[in-house]
Design a protein around this ligand. Structure first.
Ligand SMILES: Cc1ncc(COP(=O)(O)O)c(C=O)c1O
Length: 411
């Protein structure tokens, strides 16, 4: 059946999440399909930041560590993220960047599996995951970083694997791993499962506890909308917390940071995953941004997200056939996260032409146009309009204009 804009408008009218869009400051004239890279500004954040800057910092100065509860931000924000990822409030802490948290948790996992000398991941994982693991393997000396494709993973999980790090939703293809099945396989092999939830948290229901996951990390600036460079989160399952040691044993992870003693003693629970002083303004923005999830049913988020992706792909089939696109994500909605990918040899220029028209997705080398759907603020008519622009860019050959060929520093 041919999809029309009217049909998409009808889907928007029936959307139980439609009212959430008003919580976000979407710029006029923009269709934003890049919330999987940088989430949209929630409307409550500027005023919250203004208060944090002018009153908490400007007026109350250092007293705000106590009076404004700055010192508790990592725990407080972690507890707010916890229900979105199927974790207990005491199992998540907000801290540092995802890259740094990967290092802390993977190193902690290695130490929890003494004698095992392999870190397992997959080729084509997000670069920082592999780079950090490579650095850790080098530092640890005789540790091997082993890469295995999804098909090879079960046989690669030999009895020398200490930890398996996988990204739940692949950043480029959008492919969704079966977290419960792979975690069970890792456990059978005696290894720990560490999940990168950067493209999952806030985009789909995640059940770390239900899957028996050991460790997890994820970004604060994508579907959680915490703003550019927002602090990340780390999860250590309660059963592992007593054994977990962070290699970055900074003073904020100490049992009594304000005793100022020479010897390190890890803090209780997730506090031991902290390193240095938290980024107060960043965490304050993230804390406010998370209010957009209050009362949200993540099952509804998933239903809408899958439908948005399906509608997008159906419209591309309908309107962009013959222009050289191939679908570069799973066709089945249950097999992908909240994004779709199209491959095209001129993908970079096509994306630039779309962006010039206000349709913002992104490009991932060598040839992927990525479109992310944040169900809290993207609607079905947006998807229709985005594909209409794509069809026009292709039909007119607009992407061939020289201005769309020049590569920017950040793509
Ligand atoms: C899967 C994944 N992990 C980690 C990161 C980024 O980590 P960081 O915030 O440390 O730059 C990204 C960023 O896009 C990502 O897609």
């Amino acid at each position: 059946m041919t999809l029309t804009r009217a049909a998409c408008e009808a889907l928007d009218r029936e959307d139980p999440l439609a009212s959430r869009r008003a919580l976000f400051d979407l710029p006029d004239g923009v269709i934003y399909l890049d919330g999987n890279s940088l989430g949209v500004l929630p409307r409550n954040v500027p005023a919250r930041l203004e208060r944090a800057v002018r009153e908490e910092w400007g007026r109350d100065l250092i007293r705000s560590w106590n009076s404004a509860g700055w010192i508790d931000l990592p725990t407080r924000v972690g507890a707010r993220i916890a229900p979105l990822i199927g974790a207990g409030a005491d199992e998540v802490i907000c801290a540092d960047s995802t890259s740094v948290n990967i290092f802390k948790l993977a190193a902690g996992a290695l130490a929890m599996r003494p004698g095992r000398k392999v870190i397992l991941s997959e080729p084509g994982n997000f670069p920082t995951d592999l780079y950090v693991l490579e650095g850790l393997a080098g530092l640890a000396g005789d540790v091997e970083l082993r890469l295995a494709t999804p098909d090879e993973l079960p046989s690669a999980l030999t009895d020398d694997v200490a930890v398996m790090l996988l990204t739940h939703v692949h950043y480029k293809s959008g492919r969704l791993h079966d977290m419960a099945a792979l975690t069970a396989k890792a456990r059978e092999a005696g290894a720990l499962a560490l999940w990168d939830l950067s493209h999952s948290a806030g985009a789909l229901p995640v059940d770390l506890n239900g899957a028996g996951a050991d460790l997890a990390v994820g970004c604060g600036y994508k579907y959680l909308n915490g703003g550019p460079g927002a602090p990340a989160f780390a999860y250590v399952a309660r059963r592992h917390q007593a054994a977990f040691r962070s290699p970055l044993s900074g003073w904020m992870g100490h049992a009594r940071p304000f005793d100022f003693i020479d010897a390190y003693e890890p803090g209780q629970g997730m506090a031991r995953a902290l390193c240095g002083t938290p980024s107060v303004l960043g965490m304050t923005a993230l804390e406010a941004a998370l209010e957009a999830f209050e009362g949200v049913d993540m099952g509804q988020v998933r239903t809408k997200s899958m439908a948005l992706g399906d509608v997008f792909l159906q419209l591309v089939d309908q309107r962009c056939a013959g222009h050289g696109f191939t679908v570069a994500c799973p066709r089945g909605a249950t097999l992908r996260g909240s994004q779709v990918g199209l491959a095209h040899p001129d993908g970079y220029a096509i994306m630039q032409a779309l962006i010039a028209r206000g349709v913002i997705g992104d490009f991932r080398a060598p040839d992927i146009l990525r479109f992310g759907f944040t169900p809290l603020y993207v609607g079905f008519a947006d998807v229709w309009d985005a594909v209409e622009h794509l069809a026009q860019v292709m039909a007119s050959g607009q992407w061939r204009e020289p201005r769309f060929q020049e590569k920017a520093a950040v793509t």
